[in-house]
Design a protein around this ligand. Structure first.
Ligand code: ADE
Ligand code: ZN
Length: 339
C-alpha cells in the first residue's frame, strides 16, 4: 500500500509486547553458548539443529500452547541481569529506530525465571536498566508489567504477586501494573480474582490476556471478576455484540495483535481480525506485535499487514493511534507530548 511509509513513521504506542518474545533464534543460540545452557538435542527435536531450522519451525505454530512450548524453552538461556538488559534494550532500540515507538508498555513473565532459580531482582533490575536507558538515550517512555502465568498452579501466582508487592516494585514505580497470560483454555480468569482484587485495592493497574483462544465469556469475567482495565487480544469479543457495546461504553482498550493471532491459528489470516467490527462499534484498540521474534513481525510490520488486509483511511489510522495514546497508562503530562 502507498500508506506503508506513513504507517512505519507514525509515532506509536505499543501496549502488547512480551520482552521474552523479542528473543530471536540467533540470540537464543548465542546465549545458550555463552551461559552454557543446553538446548534440546536435535535428536529429540530437529528444530533445534540451528537458528534457521528453529526460525522455520516458528512459521508452523499450530496453537497458543504449541508456541508456548518453544517460548518457555527460550527462557532457559536468560541468566544474568545483563542478559535481561540486553534483550529489553534490543527491543527499545529497534522499536525506536524502525517503528518510531514513543511509549511502550511491555510484559514479562517473572515466574518462568524464578522457577529456574533466577532471582526476581535479576530479572527486574535488568529490564529496568534498559527502560531507564531508553528514557535517557531515546526519549522513549515505558512501563514494565509482570504477567502471572495461567499454566502454573495458582499458589505460584500468589507467591510471586506477594514477592512483587513486598519488594515495593509497584509503589516505587519500577513496575507499572500487573497482567495475566499464557495458556487460556481451561484456565478461566476468575481463578485469579483474589490477586486482582487485592491489586485493585492497592491501585495497581490491571490487564488480562482474554478472548484469544478463550470464549467471549472470559473477556466478561476479566472485566467483572478481575476488574481488568485493559484486555489483551480480546479477538473473540467480536462474537458477542452485547460485549462490544459494553467495551465501547466503558472505553476499554483492546491490545490487538493480528499477526500473532494468524501465526497461532486464532484466526485464519490477518483479514479475519475484528478490525471492522471494533471500528463500527466504537471499541478502542491498539495494534501490537506480541512476540515479534517468534512471529517474524515487529510493530511496523503489523501496522502494514493490517493495512494490506483492511485498506484503512489515513483518518482511521489517526483514530487508532490516538486511541492508543489515550489508552496508555502514562501520566497526563506525557500524554500531552504523545498527542
Ligand atoms: N505469552 C506470550 N505471548 C502470549 C500470547 N499471545 N498469549 C498468551 N500468553 C502469551
Ligand atoms: Zn501476549
Amino acid at each position: 500500500s502507498p500508506l506503508h511509509p506513513l504507517l512505519v513513521s507514525l509515532p506509536k504506542c505499543e501496549h502488547h509486547l512480551h520482552l521474552e518474545g523479542c528473543l530471536t533464534p540467533d540470540l537464543l543460540f548465542s546465549l545458550s553458548a555463552k551461559n552454557n545452557i543446553p538446548l534440546p538435542p536435535p535428536s529429540e527435536d530437529p528444530a533445534f539443529a540451528s537458528p534457521s531450522t528453529l526460525a522455520e519451525r516458528y512459521t508452523a505454530f499450530t496453537s497458543l500452547d504449541d508456541f508456548l512450548h518453544y517460548y518457555y524453552i527460550g527462557f532457559r538461556v536468560l541468566v544474568t541481569p545483563e542478559d535481561f538488559e540486553a534483550l529489553a534494550w534490543s527491543y527499545f532500540l529497534h522499536a525506536h529506530r524502525e517503528a518510531n515507538v514513543r511509549h511502550a508498555e511491555v510484559f514479562f513473565d517473572p515466574q518462568a525465571h524464578t522457577n529456574r532459580s533466577i532471582p526476581l531482582s535479576t530479572v527486574i533490575n535488568g529490564f529496568a536498566a534498559a527502560a531507564s536507558r531508553a528514557e535517557s538515550e531515546l526519549g522513549m517512555s515505558s512501563l514494565l508489567i509482570p504477567c502471572l502465568l495461567r499454566h502454573l498452579p495458582i499458589a505460584d501466582s500468589h507467591s510471586t504477586y506477594t514477592a512483587l508487592v513486598e519488594g515495593e516494585y509497584f509503589t516505587s514505580g519500577v513496575l507499572g501494573g500487573i497482567g495475566l497470560c499464557s495458556t487460556e483454555l481451561s484456565q478461566p480468569p476468575h481463578l485469579w480474582a483474589p490477586i486482582f482484587t487485592d491489586a485493585s485495592s492497592r491501585g495497581i493497574r490491571r490487564t488480562v490476556h482474554a478472548g484469544e483462544e478463550g470464549p467471549p465469556a472470559y473477556v466478561t469475567l476479566a472485566l467483572d471478576a478481575l476488574d481488568a482495565m485493559r484486555i489483551d487480544h480480546g479477538v473473540r469479543a467480536a462474537e458477542d455484540t452485547h460485549l462490544l457495546t459494553r467495551l465501547a461504553a466503558e472505553g476499554v482498550l483492546l491490545s490487538l495483535c493480528p499477526v500473532s493471532n494468524a501465526a497461532l491459528k486464532v484466526t485464519k489470516s490477518v483479514s479475519d481480525a475484528p478490525v471492522r467490527a471494533l471500528l463500527d462499534h466504537g471499541v478502542r484498540f491498539s495494534v501490537n506485535s506480541d512476540d515479534p521474534a517468534y512471529f517474524g513481525a515487529w510493530i511496523q510490520d503489523v501496522y502494514c499487514a493490517v493495512q494490506e488486509a483492511f485498506g484503512l483511511t489515513v483518518g482511521e489510522w489517526a483514530g487508532i493511534v490516538r486511541a492508543a495514546v489515550e489508552g496508555s497508562w502514562c501520566e497526563e503530562e506525557r500524554k500531552k507530548v504523545l498527542r
